[in-house]
Design a binder for this molecule. Sequence first.
Ligand code: ADQ
Length: 416
Amino acid sequence: MVARSGPRILAIVLAGGEGKRLMPLTRDRAKPAVPFGGVYRLIDFALSNLVNSGYLKIVVLTQYKSHSLDRHVTKTWRMSTMLDNYVAPVPAQQRRGKQWFSGSADAIYQSLNLIQDERPDIVVVVGADHVYRMDFSQMVDRHLESGAKATVAAIRQPISLADQFGVIELTGDGSGRIGAFREKPSDPVGLADNPEEILASMGNYVFDADALVEAVTHDAELADSNHDMGGDIIPAFVGNGEAHAYDFRDNEVPGATDRDRGYWRDVGTLDSYFDAHMDLISIHPIFNVYNYSWPIRTDPGYFPPPKFVYGASDSMGFAVSSMVGPGCIVSGSTIHNSVLSQNVHTHSFAEVTDSVLLDNVDIGRGCRIHHAIIDKDVTIPEGVDVGIDHDYDRARGFTVTDSGLVVIGKGAVVTS
Ligand code: ADQ
């Protein structure tokens, strides 16, 4: 038996989301498995935060196209069974009848055996698709001090984004108690001290274990429930006066800079996924992955270091304001303001600007790639441009967002 003090904690990572707005990046994989920042998958941020917080009993509830997610979690996050630590992917199991999870609360309900096995005092439930650093132990401490049965992590966001979030209204008595919680409202009310902002749920919760079990069990019996954590479970706790908010501004992680303290990004859309990459690469990054005091962990794989070489006619191969992953070879081409994942090859006279290239992308001689995301295993043949003429991009079947970001799906065959 490993000595321990404090409450017994089980962490549940909700990793079953489809991520429809990230298509085509989510065509073959669950959103938490989408690659991010050169070497990571999105779920690495939630898992790193939990592990860095000292929470080493973690179940990951998966559902939608979970193969690459399962493989990543199993391979990268395997822990010591001897010390009784684990990160366990748990697919929908149809334990409660012949159906998959119908919502995030149903995913927990169908997995109640995991809570019963572990008998925790506290359950920390977190989403799997955000980029941020957070010490959950500080939120758990606040939860225990407040006497709440449920605590919701909260961050200020622009009111224009209210329809993407659970919106929290505090009672205003200074206790942190939540008076009202509305999931993705179309008629939000701004904060008293700033009408342009709302207090948004970050989709991270701390629960007294018994209260969570009771809530999802009761919810499972309700015919008119969507069995959703944000839509049903949190509003039920709020209705009983049992939910508090935890202000993310109070969370301090070691090594944070003035610039990236309090950073949190929901990468729910192609544009926000792209913008989050740009946050990584400026000289003083808006989100600093080089903070080793609170490392973002992953498996860097077996690739050798990146290499930069002269190409044809002594064309220089270099990258600036960019991140270049292991195994990349930049040959006689220029990379500017871009993130290259692993094993990307760029050839002589190619120019890559403002772009995100995922694993095994090959950019041919003289190609111009601008403001684009190219998913894994895509070869751009010699002389072909991407992101220069949007009509041409659309005609070739590429996704072009309203902001002019061009996205090419995994394994797409690009001929001209
Ligand atoms: P959304 O992200 O829109 O809002 P949802 O789609 O339920 O809510 O995703 C939340 C998390 O649960 C994600 O990590 C997702 O992968 C996972 N998930 C969804 N369905 C699942 C299922 N059936 N099984 C397992 N996992 C599942 C939520 C909250 C809002 C909050 C935002 C913050 O509902 O209140 O403001 O997150 O981004």
